[in-house]
Design a protein around this ligand. Structure first.
Ligand SMILES: C=C1C[C@]23C[C@H]1CC[C@H]2[C@@]12CCC[C@@](C)(C(=O)O1)[C@H]2[C@@H]3C(=O)O
Ligand SMILES: O=C(O)CCC(=O)C(=O)O
Ligand SMILES: [Fe+2]
Length: 363
């Protein structure tokens, strides 16, 4: 199956249980030393989690109910500058967003012992646990997650042996709708960037793409400015469609922000009922670096729990990607920034070097 190959790609490195099992957040009332993050050096000093963090970036809010010619242009501009935009009037009913949020909260409210029944396996992708990239850091993040690649049924059954159908129905419906939306957005963005139709079909057709859903919870934290909700990263996707659930916390790094030159972190405050869309590494690669892969993190700003739901729209593991503008994509005269790479190889490189993956495929 398609999903098997991709989960094998992510499972290339076997994790140790302590890299998977999250803290039992209900059980602590002070921040454990294991979860204290030092303020990072360099440009990240601007607006660190411990700093004011009040800067809000004016990333575009794009209305998807206007004709596609104009929304497509705005999306291309947003992908070139911030690598992020928020989408409203996207056609996903608000009740469905609310239902997914409710199921997410229901899951993370379970006792730790129950959640551990659905723990992700050491080389698997599906199930409950810390974010996969947690193994790359000495310190733990203040979050817990649940990943769904394919069907959620096996893991949901372990969480609610007699009552898992409601969860599965909501999640599967959401996955299906969001997949359709992601495919439309990717097609529109590539078309608006003048990508030849046959190239768009080749990389984004239903048989060449799949989705992964990531439910995240950031529990209330006793010492929020010294903790890290989610560490800085870029996503391994074409596009990620993120529902932020109305609670602030997502920041992006931009060389347009932060005063003092060198860039800085700023909030992407969720608009009501909106979906935050960001460019992932793989769209950055096929766009020959024209689109910006947005580096982002989550800081703990509010006293209440925050949940978010990310839909990663990704090519299948055996897809070979290269910049379309110079790799037979019809564009002319552009210098090719990246070599061809299969998705599987890219994932292997990313989870070895993380920050260095793009330079590893730079020509
Ligand atoms: C399809 C994906 C994309 C994954 C891995 C797999 C399932 C879960 C995604 C995340 C979600 C949390 C941040 C991240 C960095 C992580 O650790 O897990 C993401 C990662 C990636 O973007 O590489
Ligand atoms: O919670 C958020 O706002 C961001 C989550 C995220 O970056 C991810 O799941 O990859
Ligand atoms: Fe992310």
């Amino acid at each position: 199956m398609i999903t098997t190959a991709l989960s094998e790609a992510f499972g290339q490195y076997t994790l140790k249980p302590h890299q998977i099992v999250p803290l039992d957040f209900h059980s602590v009332d002070t921040l454990p030393e294991t979860h204290v993050w030092p303020p990072p050096p360099g440009p990240e000093l601007v607006n660190t989690a411990a700093g004011d963090g009040q800067l809000v970036f004016p990333v575009p809010v794009i209305d998807f109910s206007v004709p596609e010619d104009s929304s497509g242009k705005l999306m291309v501009e947003a992908c070139e500058t911030w690598g992020v935009f928020q989408l409203v009037n996207h056609g996903i009913p608000l009740e469905i967003l609310a239902a997914v949020e409710a199921q997410t909260k229901r899951l993370f409210a379970l006792p730790a012992s129950r959640k551990l029944e659905a723990l992700r396996s050491p080389n698997g992708v599906n199930g409950y646990g810390q974010a996969r990239f947690a193994s790359l850091f000495d310190k733990n993040m203040w979050n817990e997650g649940f990943t769904v690649m394919g069907s959620p049924a096996d893991h949901a059954r372990k969480l609610w042996p007699d009552d898992y159908q409601g969860f599965c129905d909501v999640i599967e419906d959401y996955q299906k709708r969001m997949r359709e939306l992601a495919a439309r957005l990717l097609g529109l963005i590539l078309r608006s960037a003048n990508t030849p139709a046959q190239e768009i079909r080749r990389i984004s057709s239903p048989s060449a793409t799949m989705t992964t859903l990531q439910l995240n919870s950031y529990p209330p934290c006793p010492d929020p400015t010294r903790a890290m909700g989610m560490a800085p990263h870029t996503d391994t996707s074409f596009l990620t469609l993120l529902y932020q659930g109305g609670v602030k916390g997502l920041q992006i790094f931009s060389d347009r922000g932060g005063g003092g030159g060198g860039g800085g972190w700023g909030m992407v405050d969720p608009v009501d009922g909106g979906i935050t869309v960001n460019v992932g590494d793989l769209l950055h690669v096929v766009s020959n670096a024209r689109f910006h892969t947005a580096r982002h993190r989550v800081v703990l700003r509010e006293a209440r729990q925050r949940v978010s739901v990310g839909l990663f729209f990704v090519p299948t593991a055996d897809c070979v990607l290269s910049p379309l503008a110079c790799g037979g994509g019809g564009g002319e005269g552009e210098v090719c920034r990246y070599r061809a790479v299969s998705v599987k190889e890219y994932i292997g490189l990313k989870y070895k070097g993380f920050e260095t993956v793009l330079s590893a495929i730079t020509k």
